[in-house]
Design a protein around this ligand. Sequence first.
Ligand SMILES: [Fe+2]
Length: 173
Amino acid sequence: MKLETLNDLLVKNMIDLYDAEKQITKALPKMIKTATSEDLRAGFEEHLEQTQNHIIRLEDAFKELGMKAKGKKSEGMKALIDEGKLLMSEKGMEDSVMDAALIMAAQHVEHYEIAAYGTACAHAEALGLDRVFELLNETLEEEEETDEKLSDLAETAVNEAAALESEESEEEE
Ligand SMILES: [Fe+2]
């Protein structure tokens, strides 16, 4: 597609996000299976449901713009998800360390989304596309909440447990 106007940039961003969200719905089930912390698993499950809504909101936003929803392979999201898959294939991590790794991977994804939705919201607002802004902003808020929950979980439980594991394995060596 030709990129000339701010509207074109907004649409390009939405096309990327539409594919990115779909990639996330495919990646989350394995992360749910791999997580050991009950809270982390529940968090991922909740985010999977939210992500399905994010896809619907993007479809609604495309409709507002008089377009059919479409996606184009988000190479940025693919790289982050591939990195997460690589982490999950590691064999030597204790459960809590793997949970810390899953949070790390998930936060990379969330920050990508926060950056993309943040920019999309700013562009929609500048263009006076109020309904598109509302839809994208609702999702942005959920992504930010998810990111905060992941930080809380890491800081209150997972990191400490993972750090203890690391101390223990050093003592064993
Ligand atoms: Fe999302």
